[in-house]
Design a protein around this ligand. Structure first.
Ligand SMILES: Nc1ncnc2c1ncn2[C@@H]1O[C@H](COP(=O)(O)OP(=O)(O)OP(=O)(O)O)[C@@H](O)[C@H]1O
Length: 358
């Protein structure tokens, strides 16, 4: 078996977590759900900090816990790094001292990550001699992540690592997390209740509601579903990975994805950069024929694949294939009826806004 398997059932009386997670061996898996849905409890159980009867936790072929067979590897012997909301650095040690502490957990010959590249990846090379109280919240958190990585984990668990930071600090740290995502070969399980953070960073998405998994799968597939429970369907929208293809003379840039191209306001990134964007269903409308005189620049030929009622009375969610991508549109039930929108219909998707997640 490859990837992460965690079968956990914890009964706390008023709250029952009953989850069977299968997460990929690479990339970022986000656990997303409202407060109290059981995200932290899942992470703690994977780490062995919560011991549940009957639990099974395995990383690839390595079984960390199989209570049915009496197997329980204690937390300190599981090769994992854990990053909490608040960086818990040793105040009396410099950044270098804190990092050395992480490294000491593994013998020199078994280290997967060296201080230099990790410090470079997280942009903390210039901070090594400082004490934690001389760092900003974002810098402290980057040091905490570096310390976790230098213990050479085979799995990194991150519990809302940005939640304690204000918006500017969060914006500052996100590019580093993206870099980690691109450069690290170990899987990351990332707990968050911020939809944009998840849309930006995750490859795989698990939706938790009241201790149960209500959806799990590749991020783009889960976000393109029309049948998610109301708790996750208040502002539906898909994620597209695009490539910055050209800068136009009139202050627009063109993004390409396997389905067509999209024009957005001029971007500063270099041509060829990969840009992830989110397209909200509320920003997409449908036309049966190609609109000839429309101010909407982004018109894409689409095939309707599903229609579903939403929780907003009078509105429906329409799922469409656009090349290899999927889009969602939120339209009124009246428009659906008048245009006879149904699976199999060829139409034009008009995209009014594209939110860049960078
Ligand atoms: N040690 C504990 N003893 C008893 N109940 C607990 C304990 N820790 C958490 N809970 C309860 O378990 C449920 C799930 O909590 P958990 O922290 O896993 O949720 P969460 O999704 O991570 O929430 P948040 O986003 O607020 O951190 C909640 O009802 C919480 O009150």
């Amino acid at each position: 078996m490859s990837g992460i398997r965690a079968r956990i059932r914890i009964d706390r009386g008023g709250f029952v977590l009953d989850a069977d997670l299968h997460l990929p061996a690479r990339g970022v898996s986000a656990l997303f759900g409202h407060s109290g849905s059981g995200k932290t409890t899942c992470l703690r159980a994977i780490a062995g900090l919560e011991r549940a009867p009957g639990a099974l936790v395995a990383l690839g072929e390595e079984v960390w816990q199989d209570e049915a067979r009496g197997v329980f590897v204690p937390t300190h012997r599981r090769a994992l790094g854990y990053v909490f909301q608040e960086a818990s650095l040793f105040p009396h040690l410099s950044v270098r001292g804190n990092l050395a502490f992480g490294m000491k957990r593994v013998a020199a010959g078994e280290r997967q990550f060296a201080l230099g590249p990790v410090a470079e990846m997280l942009g903390i090379g210039a901070l090594l001699e400082r004490r934690p109280h001389n760092l900003s919240g974002g810098e402290r958190q980057r040091v905490a992540i570096a310390r976790a990585l230098l213990s050479s984990p085979r799995l990194l668990l991150m519990d809302e690592p940005l939640a304690a930071l204000d918006l500017p600090r969060r914006q500052e740290i996100l590019p580093y997390l993206e870099r980690m995502h691109d450069e690290l070969s170990i899987p990351i399980v990332y707990v968050s209740h911020a939809p944009d953070e998840v849309a930006r960073l995750a490859d795989h998405l698990v939706l938790l509601d009241a201790g149960r998994v209500v959806a799990s799968g590749p991020l783009k597939e889960v976000l393109a579903r029309t049948d998610l429970p109301a708790a996750f369907a208040d502002d539906p929208g898909v994620v597209l990975d695009t490539v910055l293809a050209s800068h136009e003379a009139d202050n627009l840039s063109c993004l390409q994805f396997p389905g067509g191209s999209l024009f957005v306001g001029r971007r500063r990134e270099a041509l060829g950069s990969r840009l992830r964007c989110r397209i909200h269903a509320r920003d997409v409308s449908l036309a049966l024929e190609r609109p000839h005189r429309s101010s909407v620049l982004n018109l894409l030929p689409a095939l309707v694949t599903a229609c579903a009622a939403t929780d907003t009375p009078g509105h429906v969610l329409v799922q469409m294939r656009v090349g290899e991508a999927t889009l969602l549109a939120r339209i009124s039930e009246r428009s659906r009826r008048e245009l006879d929108v149904r699976p199999g219909l060829q139409a034009w998707a008009q995209v009014k806004a594209v939110a860049l997640l960078t």
